[in-house]
Structures are given as C-alpha cells and as structure tokens.
Design a protein around this ligand. Structure first.
Ligand code: ADP
Ligand code: MG
Length: 236
C-alpha cells in the first residue's frame, strides 16, 4: 500500500543532522501501526513525508507500487492520505458537519454518527465539544476524503486515558473493518500496544518491534501482528 524505500531526510537548515537515515518499510491495508519514539526523533518529519508535505532527500515513497513524484504531491494529499493531528485542527467557527464537508463529498452526518457524534452535538460549535468529541469530528473529516491511508500525529496527546483508548479503538476498527491503513504516531507504549504492529523510530532508523504475547486481542479474538499474518481485514 504505502512503501518507504531507503528514505533519508535532513532539514535544509541543518544538513549535518540526519533525521531519517535509511528508513524502509511497507505499510499494508487493514492494519493499524503505531510508531513509537522519543520526542524529537523525527516522527512528525516521517509523517509529513508520507503525507506528501515534504519530499525526502533520498529514497522513494511508493503508493501501490507506484513511485510518488514531486509533481503528483497534490493528488497524493487529496486521494491517498488523510492527516489527523494532536490539536484536531478543526475550523472553530464551523459546525461539525461543515468541518467534515471540508474533507470531502461524503455524507457528513452519517460519518459523524458513525463516530458517535449525535444530532445535537452535530449542531454545536466545535469548541463546545469535548476534546475526544473534537477528535472524532477530525477523524470523520479524514474519512470524508476516502483516502486509504490515515496518518495520525499524537492524536491522543491532549486526551485523558479513557478517551485516548476510545480514539485508539476507533482507529483499530477503521483498520480491521474498513481496511484502512492506519499509522499512529505516539510516545505512549500503552497505546502502541493496541496496534497490530509496533514500530520504533530510533537514530534515524525504523524497525519493527518483536511481537509481545501480552496485549489486546482484536474483535475476532485473533491477534494480528506484522506482515506474516493473513491479508484479510477482520470480519464485520
Ligand atoms: N523545520 C525544521 N527545521 C529544522 N529542524 C527541524 C524542523 N522541524 C523539526 N526539526 C528538528 O528535527 C528533529 C525531529 O523533529 P520531529 O520530526 O518534530 O520529531 P518528533 O515528532 O519525533 O518529536 C528535531 O530535532 C527537531 O528539532
Ligand atoms: Mg512530533
């Protein structure tokens, strides 16, 4: 689905500081990935490259086997990927439905209902919603674009533990029931543990963490990990 091939990156202002130093990985649909790493290790940088907001210094990004070209970044941002942020990035003078419509032509009310935002909440100004509700609106907006890849940068960073778990459960469902490729950046090991695959970003390298037997099971009671398990998203 989304493949990174020997990605290298440094910021133009700091050429001697390699942020990403040969990152290779193949993200698949139907899975939720957690990218763990210390603050400042380059998680947001990696997401911005995958989102097409910037281009790597070296290496390639492939979408369904096709190399992402500089002149196609706009289409990539429109069709392939959706971003979800820590601070939700909603337009605060618009209602939830109007925010979701900014993401695409899908049925905004239906998407919000799916995310657990009821009719009364849909009519409120977004600032009158709780943090968790605002993040649900942001996820609905991301889904409105129908992109197969969801990229979330510390999406639960502003939320309490219970709400964070609810949001992570939504991401798991989107991967397992709608076949999305969900990539969540976090520094919370506890949240990462709920992903199908845990990746560590350290010293410019991305590596898959060995499977832990403890942790949560998915909806079918089956534990999915890494690239070696079945390709099918979970049943409905
Ligand atoms: N625009 C920029 N110019 C120069 N350095 C930057 C810029 N943005 C981030 N950095 C640096 O790149 C490193 C990685 O940043 P970032 O990707 O935001 O890390 P993380 O998201 O893991 O906390 C940090 O050392 C940060 O200071
Ligand atoms: Mg960051």
């Amino acid at each position: 689905m989304l493949e990174l091939e020997n990605i290298e990156y440094y910021y133009p202002s700091q050429k001697d500081k390699m942020i990403l130093d040969g990152v290779s990985y193949c993200f698949e649909e139907g899975r939720m990935y957690a990218v763990l790493g210390a603050s400042g290790c380059g998680k947001t940088t990696l997401l911005s490259l995958m989102a097409g907001l910037d281009v790597p210094v070296a290496g390639r990004i492939l979408i369904d086997g096709k190399e992402l070209r500089k002149n196609a970044l706009n289409l990539h941002r429109k069709n392939d990927v959706s971003l979800i942020f820590q601070n939700y990035n909603l337009i605060d003078y618009l209602k939830p439905v109007e925010n979701v419509k900014l993401g695409g032509k899908a049925d905004a009310a239906r998407l919000l209902a799916q995310m657990g935002i009821d009719a009364a909440q849909r009519q409120r100004n977004v600032l009158q919603l709780s943090g968790g509700q605002q993040q649900r609106v942001a996820i609905a907006r991301a889904l409105a674009g129908r992109a197969p890849v969801l990229l979330a940068d510390e999406p639960t960073g502003n939320l309490d533990e219970d709400t964070a778990n609810e949001i992570i459960a939504i991401f798991r469902k989107l991967a397992h029931e709608q076949g999305k490729c969900v990539i969540v950046v976090t520094h919370s090991r506890e949240l990462a543990q709920q992903a199908d695959v845990i990746l560590q970003l350290r010293k410019g390298k991305l590596s898959e963490e060995a499977c832990e037997s403890a942790g949560t099971e998915d909806e079918t009671g089956e534990r999915k990990r890494g690239k070696t398990t079945g390709q099918e998203p979970d049943g409905k």
